[in-house]
Design a protein around this ligand. Structure first.
Ligand code: F3S
Length: 399
C-alpha cells in the first residue's frame, strides 16, 4: 500500500505504540483486500463493547491500547454495552458484570472515545453527509449510513474500528469505492408497508433472497412510496441481520438510487411472502410473553414520546424495556416522558439492548416490533417471539 509520511510514521512507532499497532492492523487489512491507499474518515463507531463479548482478553487489548497512548483522532462513539450504565441494578445485572463493563468503558474513555453506547449515532448528531468516508461497525448503522445517508463505510470489526479511530484513516476498499456500491438485483415490493414491523419483515424476506451462489447481491428496491427514519432503521437492522446486507438502494427514498440503474435481474416480493415471515416470527402467544422490548435499533425521541402517550396513567404487567441512547433519554427526561414511562413500571435500558445484555434464562417469550430482536431472541437466548406493530407491542405490556 502507498502510505503518506504520517501513516509511515505511525507504522514505524514514531507516534506511540497504540498508533503503531493500529496502523499495523489497517495495513494488514488493506493488503488482504487489495487497497492501494488509506483514506481519512470523519467518524468511527466501535462495536463489541459488551463485556460479555469482550471478556478479559478483549479488555486486556483495550487496556494496552489506552496505556500505549492510544487516543481517538476523529469523532468516535460506541455500540451498546451489556447494561444501562446508571440503572444496571434495575435490569438485574450482577455486580461483577457491572464492575467489568465499567472497566471496558473506562478504557475507551481514556482513549478519548465518547462513551455514548448506541447503535443509532445518526439520531444524536453523528450524521455523516453524502459521500463522506467513515468507519462504523454496527451492522444496522452501517447499512443506514451507506444506504439512507449515502455515506461510505465497510462493516468494521471491533479492532479495525478502534484502529481507524486511533489513526483517523481506513483502507480504501469495499464500499468506499463507487464500483462496489452498484446494485446487482432489482427487488419489486408488492406489499403493504405501513408499520415499523412491516419494514422489519420486509428486511428479512429480501435479506434471505440476496445470497446467490455464495455472492451477496446489493438490491435496488422499488415499490416503496414512503418510509420514515424509524421504518428505515428497522429495515436496515433486519436486512443486515438476515442478509448480511451493508448497502441497498431504494428508488425515490435513498440518495444514491437516482445515480445507479435498476439491474435487469429482478425478483418480486409479495404480501404472501411478508405474511409468511410474520407467521415464522410469531410463535409466542400473549399468555407466554413475559418480556416486552422496544428499541432495536435504539428508539428515536419521537418513538419515546409515543410510548409515553400510550402509557400515561397506566401500569405495565410485564417486564418492559425501553432501549435507547443516553442523549435521546436526556431529551425524554427534559420533556417529562421518562417520568411518565417510569411511573407505569416500564424501565429504560439506556446504553444497552435486549440482544447484548446478558439475559439468557431470565425470560421465556419476547414481544417486540423488531425483526432483528426476534432473530437474536431466539438464536442467542432461545426465547419464543412475537412481532407486532409498535402500538400493539406497548398494549402487550399492559395485558
Ligand atoms: Fe441496536 Fe441492539 Fe438492535 S445494538 S440494532 S438495539 S440488537
Amino acid at each position: 500500500m502507498k502510505l503518506t509520511t504520517e501513516e509511515k510514521d505511525m507504522l514505524e512507532g514514531k507516534q506511540g505504540k497504540a498508533a503503531q499497532k493500529a496502523m499495523e492492523i489497517l495495513e494488514t487489512l488493506g493488503s488482504i483486500f487489495g487497497a492501494e491507499r488509506m483514506i481519512p474518515v470523519t467518524s468511527v463507531q466501535i462495536s463489541g463493547v459488551s463485556y460479555a463479548n469482550l471478556g478479559e482478553a478483549g479488555l486486556k487489548f483495550l487496556t494496552e491500547m489506552a496505556d500505549g497512548d492510544g487516543r481517538a483522532r476523529v469523532l468516535t462513539t460506541l455500540n451498546p454495552a451489556g447494561m444501562d450504565v446508571d440503572n444496571w441494578q434495575a435490569m438485574g445485572i450482577s455486580e461483577e458484570f457491572a464492575y467489568n463493563q465499567k472497566r471496558v468503558l473506562d478504557a475507551f474513555a481514556r482513549m478519548n472515545v465518547i462513551t455514548t453506547c448506541s447503535c443509532t449515532p445518526y439520531l444524536f448528531g453523528v450524521s455523516p453527509h453524502y459521500g463522506e468516508h467513515i468507519a462504523w461497525a454496527e451492522s444496522s448503522a452501517v447499512c443506514y449510513a451507506n444506504s439512507v445517508l449515502g455515506a461510505r463505510t465497510n462493516r468494521e470489526g471491533g479492532p479495525s474500528a478502534l484502529a481507524a479511530a486511533l489513526t483517523g484513516v481506513t483502507p480504501a476498499y469495499g464500499y468506499h469505492l463507487a464500483e462496489n456500491r452498484q446494485p446487482a438485483v432489482t427487488v419489486e415490493v408488492k406489499g403493504r408497508m405501513v408499520e415499523n414491523n412491516d419494514f422489519g419483515l420486509l428486511g428479512r424476506v429480501i435479506g434471505e433472497k440476496l445470497t446467490v451462489q455464495g455472492q451477496k447481491l446489493t438490491p435496488y428496491i422499488t415499490g416503496i412510496e414512503q418510509a420514515s427514519v424509524e421504518q428505515l432503521k428497522s429495515f436496515c437492522a433486519s436486512i443486515a441481520t438476515y442478509g448480511g446486507t451493508a448497502i441497498f438502494h431504494m428508488a425515490g427514498i435513498t440518495p444514491e438510487a437516482a445515480q445507479v440503474s435498476p439491474p435487469k435481474q429482478a425478483i418480486t416480493i409479495t404480501q404472501d411472502d411478508i405474511d409468511e415471515a410474520n407467521r415464522l416470527m410469531n410463535d409466542a402467544v400473549s399468555e407466554e410473553v413475559d418480556f416486552v422490548s422496544l428499541g432495536c435499533p435504539h428508539l428515536s425521541i419521537k418513538e419515546i414520546a409515543r410510548i409515553a402517550e400510550l402509557l400515561k396513567g397506566k401500569k405495565v404487567t410485564k417486564e418492559f424495556w425501553i432501549t435507547t441512547a443516553r442523549p435521546t433519554k436526556q431529551i425524554a427526561d427534559m420533556m417529562g416522558y421518562s417520568q411518565i414511562i417510569e411511573e407505569s413500571g416500564a424501565k429504560f435500558a439506556t446504553d444497552t439492548c435486549c440482544v447484548v445484555s446478558p439475559i439468557k434464562g431470565r425470560f421465556k417469550a419476547l414481544a417486540t416490533d423488531s425483526a432483528k430482536a426476534c432473530y437474536y431472541a431466539y438464536a442467542k437466548n432461545k426465547f419464543k417471539t412475537m412481532i407486532k406493530p409498535f402500538d400493539e407491542v406497548v398494549a402487550e405490556a399492559l395485558k
